[in-house]
Design a protein around this ligand. Structure first.
Ligand SMILES: [Ca+2]
Ligand SMILES: [Ca+2]
Length: 320
């Protein structure tokens, strides 16, 4: 199946007209927006989302299936994002019964011929030049820049200082058993993208960052689900005029209402809280909490919808 599809002229014109809104305080031109919360630079990039910065954030869900067959994605994909003065943090929680992708070479075009998660960013919001990044279950990555949709590809470009890690819940590339998915944890320094931002990076509170989150799942060779946050309306991801946008907030999630923080402080039903050696409370992943999956747009009180089984790390001591 071709991954790429031409951009219609009418849509491109619309996007040019709305480009002035990008990285500004107005977000009405985007098909969807998501509030990106500030966090401290205290993440361990290891594919495990027990870092304080991930707690209590709203979750994005990738629900749009852009391949010709359409329909509901065959597996749940959730995305978390947060920002600091130096970095953008992204995590994909990608459920799946068969975690697979055998590519091990960086920037290999074969990467997206197998299962991947992807991030496209258009820092200046003009619908022309943009960045494409992808990761597979082996933490093999791909990073390209484009001067316009599918044009001017630069494979030499790389996001300076990018860190990523993948935790597979199951066994990668082994169809004989049943997996539950994988978690991809990513740290992206702003300096790697600043050159293509008109208002400069890091962003200011109220700024927009046009982007889209994607996932490809191959049910069989050559038959792909093209899953996204905002719909592209075509079997292509290279449509920056259809990107949604992050809206950067100066309000950390810890400043929100107490019930929004419940997922941080209160152990989930069926799980035990544990106290770390440093005295902080650790709430293990919630694998089976009934009704935990929120509706799109609703606050997510229970961050840890990880496919990982609930299990506290060996370094902590259960307290109840
Ligand atoms: Ca981590
Ligand atoms: Ca651009």
């Amino acid at each position: 199946m071709p991954k790429y599809f031409p951009v219609s002229a009418s849509v491109a014109c619309f996007r040019r007209a709305s480009a002035m809104l990008a990285l500004a305080s107005i977000s009405l031109a985007f098909p969807a927006t998501h509030t990106c919360r500030p966090v401290a630079d205290a993440f361990k990039i290891d594919g495990v989302l027990d870092d304080a910065g991930w707690q209590g954030l709203d979750t994005l869900r990738l629900l749009r299936n852009n391949d010709p067959a359409g329909g509901k994605p065959s597996a749940e994909t959730k995305v978390l994002v947060a920002w600091s003065a130096t970095r953008l943090y992204v995590a994909y929680i990608a459920d799946g019964k068969n975690v697979k992708n055998t590519v091990t070479k960086h920037d290999d075009d074969g990467l997206y011929e197998q299962d991947v998660v992807e991030l496209f960013l258009d820092p200046d919001g003009d619908g022309k030049n943009y960045f494409e990044l992808e990761w597979n279950c082996l933490n093999t990555s791909l990073d390209f820049s484009f001067t316009s949709p599918l044009q001017g590809r630069d494979v030499a470009w790389a996001p300076k200082g990018m860190q990523s890690a993948v935790k597979v819940h199951g066994t990668a590339n082994n169809p004989a058993d049943t997996d539950t998915g994988m978690v991809v944890e990513i740290s992206l320094p702003w300096e790697g993208f600043a050159a293509w931002s008109k208002s400069g990076l890091p962003p200011k509170a109220g700024d927009n960052l046009p982007l889209n989150f994607y996932r490809i799942i191959y049910s069989s060779p050559g038959v792909a689900e093209l899953i996204s946050w905002t719909s592209t309306g075509a079997p292509s991801f290279h449509m920056p005029e259809k990107f949604g946008s992050l809206v950067f907030s100066s309000q950390p999630v810890t400043s929100l209402l107490p019930e929004r923080r419940a997922g941080i402080r209160t152990p989930a039903v069926g799980n035990r809280a544990a106290r770390r050696a440093d005295g902080k409370l650790y709430t293990p992943p919630v694998a089976t909490r009934p009704g935990a999956l929120k509706q799109p747009g609703a606050p997510n009180l229970w961050l840890f919808q990880s496919p990982a089984p609930a299990k506290a790390p060996a370094s902590v001591t259960p307290v109840n």
